[in-house]
Design a binder for this molecule. Structure first.
Ligand code: FAD
Length: 418
């Protein structure tokens, strides 16, 4: 275990956002430590992430896409079905990638495979030192941030990337306040086989208790994100396989034919979190350490990977010694994208939950207008996939070459416990 080394950057957290951040910084020549517990619950994450073009390009740039592509499925269209049962039922609307001039909207990638591929890559990456440990404390000093691990050993980093999830110790250590809230819903998640092909179309049934979404996986398989009231989600989670299959078939209204081979289920209570800023002093937050939103519209990890791409650009651009300025530039650059997405997903979820007729009317009319007006459809499709803000270089083809600079070796400092 190294306890006497200083790094330009230390990334705390071994989820997809933290691993991507460490790998990207290492590739860009920034001497980086990646600190996360060795005993991650490998394979236990049953979620998939629908990742849009910028996120996929980042994975290509990081060299891990060839490993993930066979396990992922192309998303060629998104179908919205108004399952509200209200007075005004909107007609079904399908957004096709072609209309946005794209080959596909993105790919549905299994989370466990993504984390495994990123972990293998950072272990091989010479620019990254993996430290299998939990961080117990962060102490900011003039010269950098002292990172004390659970076993008492410590290191110094000029800049800390807090990718340590919703309970983020980094966020607290930076003194960044946050707003949190709960929704009265939970999502039941699993993979399932079906008789009819999905043809690359993801389907969202918009229902009074929340959306039920199927997202294509390779073959005649889809991943399910079924949002219900918390009680109903607990009931669905507890059903035996036969009863769950029946309930799912009924809710899918025959869309994908007979349901078969249902994988293990997991339930996620829905909540939200918004950090008041994405960076303070020498500590920058990425992923769920900074923002948590309900799994509607596939925004969470796409947003987290945009954090990573923008942060890497700010760090590489900054001269050593001006890390605080890099963190401030990063926080400024990310604020509008993060705030607008949290507000949009919150509003969409709440509009589904409300029983007020005018909201139903507006939402029904919204889905109808989106279906009927081609220019509006194109706008919504493009904004949902990638905001009109500039695409960060790390998400562009050959983007890494554009921002990379030669690596400098880590400097050695005196060790000692504070
Ligand atoms: C049901 C569901 C469906 C979703 N679908 C999509 C989708 O289709 N598309 C999409 O873009 N997003 C989706 N999301 C969101 C996405 O899953 C999350 O944004 C993403 O997994 C968060 O990754 P993260 O790396 O930020 O956090 P996490 O995965 O929570 O990682 C946090 C890491 O920090 C580590 N850690 C914590 N504390 C410490 C410490 N003190 N020291 C060291 N390490 C520490 C933990 O061990 C962990 O490795 C979905 C979410 C849900 C719930």
């Amino acid at each position: 275990m190294r306890s006497d080394t200083s790094y330009r950057a230390a990334v705390i957290g071994g989820g997809p956002a933290g691993l991507a951040a460490a790998l990207l910084l290492g590739r860009l020549g920034v001497p980086t430590a990646a600190i996360f517990p060795a005993t991650q619950p490998a394979g236990a994450d049953r979620r998939t992430a629908a990742l849009f073009a910028g996120s996929i390009q980042l994975l290509r740039n990081l060299g891990i896409w060839p490993q993930l592509a066979p396990l992922s499925e192309r998303m060629l269209g998104i179908r919205l079905i108004d399952g509200q049962g209200g007075l005004l039922r909107a007609p079904e609307t399908i957004f096709r990638a072609q209309e946005a001039g794209l080959e596909e909207f993105g790919f549905n990638v299994p989370n466990a495979a993504l984390v495994a591929a990123l972990t293998e890559a950072i272990v091989r990456e010479p620019g990254v030192t993996v430290i299998p440990s939990s961080v117990a404390e962060l102490i900011t000093q003039d010269s950098g941030v002292i990172i004390r691990q659970q076993d008492g050993s410590q290191m110094l980093a000029a800049l800390v990337v807090g990718a340590d999830g919703r309970q983020s110790l980094s966020r607290h250590a930076a003194g960044i306040t946050s707003r949190t809230w709960d929704y009265p819903q939970a999502a039941v998640v699993c993979a399932f086989g079906h008789g009819r092909p999905h043809r690359g179309i993801s389907t969202e049934f918009h229902r009074p208790t929340g959306p039920l979404t199927t997202v294509p996986m390779p073959g005649r398989v889809s991943s399910l994100v079924w949002v219900e009231s918390r009680d109903e989600a607990a009931r669905l989670q507890a059903l035996d396989g036969f009863a769950f299959r029946e309930a799912l078939e009924t809710s899918l209204q025959g869309l994908l034919g007979s349901v078969e081979d249902i994988g293990p289920r997991a339930t996620f209570p829905l909540s939200g979190l918004s950090a008041d800023t994405l960076g303070q002093g020498r500590i920058a937050l990425v992923g769920e350490a900074a923002h948590v939103m309900p799994p509607i519209g596939a925004q969470g990890l796409n947003l987290g990977l945009r954090d990573v791409a923008v942060l890497a650009g700010c760090v590489v651009e900054a001269q050593p010694g001006s890390e605080e300025a890099a963190v401030a530039a990063y926080a400024r650059a990310r604020a509008p994208d993060v705030a607008s997405r949290i507000a949009a997903i919150d509003a969409l979820n709440r509009s589904l939950l409300t029983e007020l007729l005018p909201v139903h009317l507006l939402r029904g009319l919204g889905i109808y207008v989106l279906g009927a007006v081609p220019a509006l459809r194109r706008f919504v499709v493009n904004e949902g996939l990638q905001p009109s803000l500039a695409t960060p270089a790390a998400m562009l083809p050959d983007g890494l070459a554009e921002i990379a600079r030669p690596s400098t070796p880590p400097m050695t400092i005196a060790s000692g416990k504070t």
